[in-house]
Design a protein around this ligand. Sequence first.
Ligand SMILES: [Mg+2]
Length: 263
Amino acid sequence: MLELSHWPLADRAAIVGVLCDIDDTLTTEGQITADALQGLQSLHDAGIHVVAITGRPVGWSEPFALQWPVDAIVPENGAVALVPSETGLRKLYVEDEELRRRNFARLQKVAHRIVSEVPGAVLARDSAGRETDIAIDHSEFVQLPHACIAQVVRLMQDEGMNATVSSIHINGWFGDHNKLSGARWIVRELFGRELDAELHRWVYVGDSTNDEAMFEHFPNGIGVANIRRFEAEIAHLPRYVTRGERGAGFAEVANAVLQARKE
Ligand SMILES: [Mg+2]
């Protein structure tokens, strides 16, 4: 990973949109800091698209989608989008209602199995707001040992689910969507743009193992400094890394993008 100062000005000047994770990328100890919020606002004011993509639930994301200057939040790893509008929030889904209803029932069965079979495993406290996935806490309010995290992942996969590990939760869901497919989908829906046709014009900012596929895909992949906690576990590290951790790191990215527009 190169220091962010190595990001060429010409590459930064081409940027039309910033995609980012939320937990420990935008937020610091669960709250957005003033510098990160200012970073979002400055990008927004400059006409740069900003979409936050997270493993967090729809219910948890709603207040932030209303408060933050973003074009959308894509919660539950690419399954849903919350789009602020003058009349409130628009909610878009990748899957139809019937499929979501069927999967929801299957998800609750697997959640029950995990909690009864894996020692120490508990549902994430934000589970009530989840519509298309389940989440097990590993570092938010409890500390789940590595072996148990691996056991949860295996169990989800055995049940035919996708599973990812964020900085705080293990998320599992049915269906092929993920952060990357969610990014492609929302960029097409909202802006009429094809992400893969202009990847070099987008940035992805993240901090954890569940951002790895995004780092692999995006030439302008940036980790906030706390990504070093997971450095040994991530095969595809981002090209750049900020000096600051979490929200301070995100603010650096916003400044780096905006600086290139002034020169
Ligand atoms: Mg994160």
